[in-house]
Design a protein around this ligand. Structure first.
Ligand code: SF4
Length: 427
């Protein structure tokens, strides 16, 4: 038996995989402990989507070694897949395991050899199953992995190299985990993958999968995580409008608000198509929570093109956006463009868009005041219970009751920074 600590970096998909790994190790008789408990092994599920991911891993490894000079470190996941030589140079690293093999980590750790082990085979396009459910007692809502990899090759993105080709989880295996998670008391599941809208296990599409999951007893909410705009079938929107259990929430990455940059990014839509889709969806699903991602400072983004992006984002019925500063990624084709934007200018533009996002969020929250919304409560912070609406607004209430994992109707009354205060409604 080993004492083992886990760290997760990056996206929701990594979170779901780390939760599954923790469960697998516990079931295998190992003890999952915090870093302060002097673990024998520390596992870091890494991210490489931006430069920050790489820097964060180096910093984290330094901290782990400072606190636990004798532990061995396993670096797994996306950085392991494409940066194995660099990772091997970091102190105490004993295993570097890519995405194809990381879920077999427990077996790999059994073979404790003196030389560091590098296990980074090619990732194959195969339908997959996951034996252990990703329950995580630290979270009220559970991520369920349904898909991995991507074939789109957007010019800025390293993910198709780090995560491999698009592949889907077996439909029946996914439903089995859905039933298990619902039985374990989870009320909300977040359907997670790299490019979930392309889900197809050979016999079932993404729409089939949602339909199957929505029939599972006990589940009250299904939320679709980030989804590529060109992959959303209109029947998903109809389900969202008609079925209370599919959250009225979409996160559709736009990345840029100009056709010039979208084309350079090799995105699969024009601004006109995006605007048209978002307008139709917002009309079909009243009150929709609609988020997006935008990259600032992609090569060739002139001040005028940036202004056009900001104006387009402002005009759309978006409720928030995540702003990413462009950074060069190994393998990504955008490295080849010569007309780079200066880092200070990227910072300036990012700040403008973050402020715009705050204003859009505030505008949206204002439209919600005076309404009653079901809120799934997750935690108690500074004497207040905090939870989420299905449209992804954070809500706080005061209550002496234990509201954890309860869905309660709340009258939304006041905006407080990035959340809304409300009061419980007795029905
Ligand atoms: S759709 Fe584009 S941005 Fe998203 S993972 Fe695939 S290549 Fe990357």
């Amino acid at each position: 038996m080993k004492k083992i600590s886990f760290f997760n970096q990056g996206c929701r998909l990594n979170q779901s995989e780390t939760a599954t790994l923790e469960q697998t190790f516990q079931a295998g008789g190992h003890l999952v402990v915090p870093l302060s408990d002097q673990p024998d092994v520390v596992v870091v599920n890494t991210c490489t989507v931006t430069e920050n991911g790489d820097t964060d891993t180096r910093r984290l490894v330094s901290k782990i070694v400072r606190d636990n000079p004798n532990c061995k470190i396993a670096l797994i996941g996306c950085q392991a897949q494409i940066l194995k030589e660099q990772l091997l140079k970091l102190p105490n690293v004993q295993w570097v395991v890519g995405n194809a093999q990381k879920m077999n980590l427990m077996d790999l750790l059994e073979v404790d050899q003196s030389e560091p082990q590098v296990v980074v085979p090619k990732i194959l396009r195969e339908t997959f199953t996951i034996d252990t459910p990703g329950t995580d007692p630290r979270h009220t809502r559970a991520n369920i992995k349904v898909q991995d990899g991507c074939d789109f090759y957007c010019a800025f993105c390293v993910i198709p190299f780090a995560r491999g080709p698009a592949r889907s989880r077996d439909y029946h295996d996914t439903l089995r985990e859905t039933v298990t998670l619902a039985g374990a008391g989870y009320k909300e599941l977040i359907v997670t993958g790299i490019n979930v809208g392309t889900y197809n296990d050979g016999t079932h599409t993404f729409v089939d999968l949602l339909n199957g999951m929505l029939k599972v007893d006990g589940l009250q909410r299904i939320r679709i995580s980030s989804i590529e705009p060109t992959t959303v079938d209109w029947s998903v929107i109809k389900m969202m409008a008609e079925d209370n259990a599919l959250c009225r929430y979409l996160h559709l990455p736009i990345q840029s608000g100009t056709d010039e940059i979208l084309e350079r990014m090799s995105r699969k839509y024009t601004t006109g198509e995006f605007v048209d889709f978002v307008t139709r969806v917002s009309a079909a699903v009243p009150g929709l929570g609609l988020g997006t991602d935008v990259i600032v400072g992609f090569p060739g983004e002139t001040p005028e093109l940036f202004d056009q992006t900001a104006a387009l984002l402002d005009s759309l019925p978006l409720t928030y956006f995540h702003v990413f500063s462009y950074s060069e990624r190994m393998y990504a084709r955008s490295q080849k463009h010569g007309d780079k934007v200066a880092p200070l200018e990227i910072q300036r533009r990012s700040k403008i868009l973050r402020e715009l996002s705050d204003r859009k969020k505030n505008d949206y929250m204002t439209t919600q005041l005076g309404t009653v919304q079901p809120v799934l409560f997750e935690s108690k912070k500074r004497g207040e219970w905090v939870g989420l609406t299905e449209t992804y607004i954070r809500v706080s209430v005061t209550s002496d009751r234990n509201l954890k994992n309860e869905i309660c109707p709340v009258l939304l009354t006041d905006i407080e920074q990035d959340k809304i205060r409300g009061s419980l409604v007795n029905l």
